[in-house]
Design a binder for this molecule. Structure first.
Ligand code: C2G
Length: 130
């Protein structure tokens, strides 16, 4: 059984999020998703996601093909998570290209192309201007 692991905030869950989860799942037999905590987002961006960690986890866990979710507490804990989740493959969006190549000693690392022209930030701007 090949276990795929991916990470993300998945705030205002949209089509780009769905597509990366679908494509990640196709690369293995089981998909585990680390959903960034509210605190991690605050420390990274100085603001909290619109949807709470609890709601984001609940949404991602119900997406077809997602077998398991957990809270990602720190960007620096990827190696730990790969080992504890027994992941064979780490999938990241290509905005992180090259950033996690040092983990290839514990699992395969693949970067998938982001779906063009879709972003939570852009949707927030559209909503702001309605
Ligand atoms: N994504 C995508 N296409 C888009 C938008 C997002 O493929 N148009 C992907 C991202 O590349 C990422 C996932 O959807 O793999 C979740 O996106 P974000 O919530 O923006 O994730 P991010 O905040 O970058 O993750 O360890 C990483 C952290 O969890 C942060």
């Amino acid at each position: 059984v090949k276990t795929v692991l991916t990470f993300g905030t998945f705030d205002l869950f949209h089509f780009g999020h769905l597509r990366i989860l679908q494509r990640a799942r196709e690369l293995g037999d089981s998909l585990v998703v680390g959903v960034s905590s509210d605190a991690l987002n605050f420390s990274k961006k100085g603001k909290y996601p619109i949807f709470s960690e609890e709601h984001r986890l609940a949404i991602v866990s119900e997406i077809k093909g997602v077998d398991r979710v957990f809270v990602e507490e720190s960007l620096e804990k990827k190696r730990e998570y790969i080992l504890s989740q027994k992941a064979d493959l780490l999938v990241m969006g290509d905005d992180w290209k090259g950033k996690f190549d040092d983990l290839s000693d514990v699992c395969e690392v693949v970067y998938l192309e982001r779906t063009p022209a879709l972003s939570t930030t852009e949707y927030k701007n559209i909503i702001k201007n309605i």
